[in-house]
Design a protein around this ligand. Structure first.
Ligand SMILES: [Zn+2]
Length: 284
């Protein structure tokens, strides 16, 4: 009886102390609001042959409208850009309005962009990267190792090497901060925005998971798939870096989509543009 009384008292004291310590912390940590905005990064003037994205002679005769998508993610008072598209200009596929001008319409300056996340090193995803020299660059390590190599990687044409060096100059030679990712990256350390390691299209390719309160979970493909048809039937372009890795990444991505009941947005497929609100509106 004596022992029991003693234990009850001790438990009550510990409970009271724990309550005192924990309650204020819980009250002080509201979850930051997360929003997702699509930024137009160009469009091809005519539809593209889907057959280009298959190494199995699939999709013969199918023509699909092709777009270039960039995204702005707001996490509380922090901002991230996902992919930087083609450079603005008059070339086919180039956006008429630059990312900086689009951000200006949202009253945002480039130095407010904390993170620049790049799905992979192809020209249509890195074209305006150098507009954000103060941002921390998040990119797959195996892509970064190629674009930042002192000696150009074997087989890469000089024009591509020149584009890499110009696009990534703020981080290669300008002292900008880089996180070269060897796996997934939980960008804000709370699971709301995660770069998913999905190699295959390029060695360090990543896709992006954004978890929104109202819209729910959204998965941005990067170039894991380019079109709805290739996503559905695991089409792999002949020019991908690694076919087996692409298929493994598609398998992982589709399981995540299923388990999280996510909205999948294929960044290059113009038919997926309408899955998000029209700029300047955002999903939340
Ligand atoms: Zn692309």
């Amino acid at each position: 009886m004596k022992v029991s009384l003693c234990n009850c008292t001790l438990a009550a004291v510990i409970g009271a102390l724990t309550g005192l310590l924990v309650t204020p912390t819980l009250q002080a940590q509201p979850a930051p609001e997360v929003t997702l905005t699509r930024l137009d990064c160009g469009n091809l003037p005519t539809p593209i042959a889907a057959e280009e994205f298959s190494d199995t002679y699939a999709y013969h005769g199918l023509q699909v409208p092709f777009t270039f998508s960039c995204y702005l993610i707001r996490h509380g008072s922090d901002y991230m850009i996902w992919d930087s598209g083609n450079p603005a200009g008059s070339a086919p596929g180039a956006p008429k309005v630059s990312l900086l001008e689009l951000l200006g319409q949202l009253k945002l300056r480039p130095d407010q962009i904390k993170y620049l996340g790049i799905s992979h090193y192809h020209h249509d995803h890195i074209g305006q990267a150098s507009s954000f020299p103060k941002s921390t660059l998040l990119i797959g390590k195996r892509d970064w190792d190629e674009v930042s190599a002192a000696e150009p990687p074997r087989g890469v044409d000089p024009a591509t090497v020149a584009l890499w060096r110009a696009s990534f100059a703020p981080w290669i030679s300008g002292g900008g901060k880089v996180e070269a990712l060897t796996g997934d990256k939980d960008v804000f350390d709370d699971g709301t925005v995660v770069m998913l390691n999905t190699p295959g299209h390029t060695p360090g390719h990543h896709s992006l998971l954004v978890r929104l309160k109202r819209m729910g979970n959204v998965l941005l493909t990067g170039d894991l798939a380019h079109l709805r048809e290739t996503y559905e039937s695991n089409g792999v372009p002949a020019w991908n870096f690694n076919r087996a890795d692409t298929l493994a990444s598609l398998d992982r991505f589709k399981q995540i989509a299923k388990n999280l009941r996510a909205t999948v947005i294929i960044q290059h497929d113009a038919r997926d543009v309408g899955k998000l609100p029209v700029f300047p509106n955002s999903a939340d």
